[in-house]
Design a protein around this ligand. Structure first.
Ligand SMILES: [Ca+2]
Ligand SMILES: [Cu+2]
Length: 301
């Protein structure tokens, strides 16, 4: 693990997507963080020792899917499939498929495996899976503030985890999507899908893959950033944590959403420029996909 020192930092960004604004100061105690996302090999050991069954493998509760045909409520998960050509990027159903049998050890469905991917981040995990792993490992999941503090690597207000330039001197710094999402993957960075952890340079705290590769779950529920007196460093809240699930609900929906951070190998400038520390999205807590993983922390106190 790598040490993330106690400190106050400018969280959020006013320059990209509205959910990241405003920039506000936050103080976070020091903590240890896994240097890379939990890998397939690490997760396999956890499952082998505990017999744990992930959310994606469990029967679906019809109560959460009013009106759905019970025959289609089978265990599975969301898998990215690139369409043949340009599509309307407002319609995510053109690239996300619900695949029965997709799970951490079969990330694209029953026919797929993780044989060559032991050092890739584990995917197809929901927050409950990540939390259970963390407890087993004697660790915790980070809050959004802890995660963003770590991702910034000590750089104040930088766009990326390594500075303000996407590819300094032409060097690719993270596994993102180059080309026109979701159909044209130029893989300038060398990878179409996930990449082995630590394939790119670490940030200033010695942390790998904080942005790109896979999104990472945090413990916070997804709500608007506070925009109050905390904009000034003098009054920064310490160790903030959004624990109120109700604030994350989309009107008309019942499933709370957690904050995911860091962007993934599917994030492209034409669609989702979110391979940045400030970027954030809400993801339903019953959802797992082929581009979300997690890493753990250990708090000093
Ligand atoms: Ca890539
Ligand atoms: Cu994205």
């Amino acid at each position: 693990m790598a040490w993330v020192p106690d400190g106050t930092f400018a969280m959020g960004s006013a320059d990209f997507y509205p959910e990241e604004a405003p920039v506000h100061h936050v103080a976070v105690d020091g903590f240890w963080m896994d240097q890379h996302p939990i890998t397939v090999r690490e997760f396999r050991r956890f499952v082998a020792e505990t017999g744990y069954v992930t959310v994606a493998e469990r029967p679906l509760d019809p109560a959460n899917f009013p009106g759905a045909d019970p025959d289609v409520l089978v265990p599975g998960s969301l898998v990215f499939r690139a369409p043949d050509g340009p599509v309307d990027v407002r319609d995510w159903s053109t690239w996300w498929d619900y695949v029965p049998g997709a799970m951490w050890s079969h990330p694209e469905g029953p026919e797929s495996g993780v044989g060559g991917r032991h050092r890739h981040p584990v995917v197809q995990v929901a927050p409950e899976d990540a939390e259970t792993y963390a407890v087993w490992a004697g660790k915790s999941l980070p809050t959004e503030a802890e995660w963003e503090r770590a991702a910034r690597g000590g750089l104040e207000g930088a766009v990326f985890a390594w500075g303000d330039e996407f590819a300094p001197g032409g060097r690719m710094m993270a596994n993102t999507w180059q080309g026109e999402f979701p159909w044209q993957n130029l893989k300038t960075d060398g990878y179409v899908g996930t990449s082995p952890v630590a394939s790119f340079d670490p940030n200033g705290y010695g942390l790998y893959d904080m942005t790109g590769n896979v999104w990472e779950w945090t413990t916070d529920y997804f709500a608007a950033h506070e925009d109050d007196e905390s904009v000034s460093p003098c009054c920064a809240p310490r160790n903030p944590h959004m624990a109120d699930a109700d604030q994350s609900l989309v009107p008309g929906e019942t499933m709370p959403r957690r904050v995911i951070k860091g962007g993934s190998h599917l994030c492209a400038p034409n669609y989702c420029l979110r391979y940045r520390p400030a970027a954030r999205q809400g993801e339903a807590v019953d959802t797992s996909t082929s581009h979300i993983g997690f890493r753990c922390i250990v708090r000093a106190t």
